[in-house]
Design a protein around this ligand. Structure first.
Ligand SMILES: [Zn+2]
Ligand SMILES: [Zn+2]
Length: 345
C-alpha cells in the first residue's frame, strides 16, 4: 500500500509499505478521501506548524473518511464494508480538562497527523491505516467520501459556535473565508444566526462563502484608509476571527457592537501581535479562544450525512496519494482552490 511521509521541509515521499493489521478493538480502514488542511501545508513547506516541529518522518492528514476493510476482536460499532468518518481526536479521559468535559483541552491529547507529541501521531495520508474503534463513526447516508471527510473542519466551526454562546437571531461577522470560514458560515446558520457577513482579501473564497449562505461578502482590503467595516455591514453581535491575521483581529475588536463577543479561531503568529487591546476594556468585549473541537464530531457527521448542512460548494478537486506534493501545492493557491482531497490511487 502507499503511504505519504514528510521527512522535512519540501521533502515528501510516497512509500510502498506493508498493510497494517488491526489488533483487538481496532479497525483497518481503507482511505476514502483525506482533506489537505493548512497544518498539512505547513508541515510540508516548512517542516513545522508553529512550535510543533517534525522530529521523525510524519504522515500528515487529520480530515478523512474511509471504508472499513477489516475489524479486530471485540469491535462492535462498525463492520467490514461500512463507510466511516474518522475523529482525529484521542483525549486521555483522565486529566482535568477531560473530566470537566472539555476534551479538546486534554493535556495528553493524541491528535492524528500532528508533531505536537513525540513519537508523533501518524495521520491518514495513507491507503490503509488502523484506528481504534472509538474514533470511527459509521455513515449510512448516500453522501460522497469527500463530504464525509469534511466532518472534521465542520467540527472546528461547530465548536467555535458553541464558544460564542447563543447565536439565535444574532448578526455575525466572520473574518477569513477559507474552508474554516465557510464551515463557520454553515455552523452559524445552523445555530440560528440571522445575518452573516464574511471578509477576505481574495475573490474566490468569498464567492464560495456566498454559495454556502453568507449574506454579505466583503473584500476588506478594498476599504479606504478611513473607511470602517461597520459602515457597510453594521455592528455585529458576534465576530469569529478565522484568518489568523493580526489586522483581522483588530477589525473584529473595532467592528462588533459594544458588549459583543469575539471568538479567535485562526492561528495568530506565535511570536505575538500588535492589537487594539484597549477596546476589550473600553467596549466591554468578550474575547474567547476556540481550539480544535470538543464533543461535537458526531453532530458534524450527522449534519453532513443528512445534508442539513451542504458542504459541497467548499470541495474542490481530488488527487491520488501518489501526487500528494503537487496536491498540497495546489491547495495553497487560494485564488482557485478550497478543500482539496487525496484519494487512493
Ligand atoms: Zn484541519
Ligand atoms: Zn485528558
Amino acid at each position: 500500500m502507499l503511504e505519504c511521509k514528510v521527512y522535512g521541509a519540501e521533502d515528501l515521499r510516497v512509500l510502498e509499505v506493508g498493510t497494517p493489521e488491526p489488533g483487538p478493538g481496532e479497525v483497518l480502514v481503507r482511505l476514502g478521501a483525506a482533506g489537505i488542511c493548512g497544518s498539512d501545508m505547513h508541515y510540508y513547506f516548512h517542516g513545522r506548524v508553529g512550535s510543533f516541529r517534525i522530529r521523525e518522518p510524519l504522515t500528515p492528514g487529520h480530515e478523512a473518511s474511509g471504508v472499513v476493510a477489516a475489524v479486530g476482536d471485540g469491535v462492535s460499532r462498525v463492520k467490514t464494508g461500512d463507510r466511516i468518518a474518522i475523529n482525529p481526536s484521542s483525549p486521555c479521559g483522565r486529566c482535568a480538562g477531560c473530566r470537566e468535559g472539555r476534551e479538546n483541552l486534554c493535556s495528553n491529547m493524541r491528535f492524528l497527523g500532528s508533531a505536537s507529541v513525540f513519537p508523533h501521531v501518524q495521520g491518514m495520508f495513507s491507503e490503509y491505516f488502523v484506528m481504534p474503534e472509538r474514533q470511527c463513526v459509521p455513515v449510512s447516508a448516500d453522501v460522497s467520501m469527500q463530504e464525509i471527510a469534511m466532518s472534521e473542519p465542520l467540527s472546528v466551526a461547530l465548536h467555535s459556535a458553541h464558544r460564542a454562546g447563543n447565536l439565535l437571531g444574532k448578526s455575525v461577522l466572520i473574518t477569513g473565508s477559507g474552508t474554516i470560514g465557510c464551515m463557520m458560515v454553515l455552523a452559524a446558520r445552523l445555530a440560528g444566526a440571522r445575518h452573516i457577513a464574511i471578509t477576505d482579501v481574495v475573490d474566490h473564497p468569498l464567492s464560495v462563502a456566498r454559495a454556502v449562505g453568507a449574506d454579505e461578502a466583503v473584500r476588506v482590503d478594498r476599504l479606504g484608509p478611513d473607511e470602517k467595516l461597520a459602515a457597510s455591514i453594521g455592528e455585529p453581535d458576534v465576530a469569529f476571527e478565522v484568518s489568523g491575521a493580526a489586522s483581522a483581529l483588530s477589525t473584529c475588536l473595532e467592528t462588533v457592537r459594544r458588549g459583543g463577543t469575539i471568538v479567535q479561531v485562526g492561528t495568530l503568529p506565535v511570536e505575538g501581535i500588535h492589537m487594539l487591546a484597549n477596546l476589550v476594556m473600553q467596549r466591554e468585549l468578550d474575547l474567547r479562544g476556540s481550539f480544535r473541537f470538543g464533543n461535537v464530531f458526531d453532530h458534524a457527521v450527522t449534519a453532513i450525512a443528512s445534508r442539513q448542512v451542504d458542504v459541497r460548494p467548499v470541495i474542490s478537486d481530488s488527487h491520488p496519494l501518489s501526487e500528494a506534493a503537487r496536491a498540497i501545492t495546489l491547495a495553497r493557491d487560494k485564488t482557485r482552490s478550497m478543500k482539496i482531497h487525496l484519494v487512493p490511487n
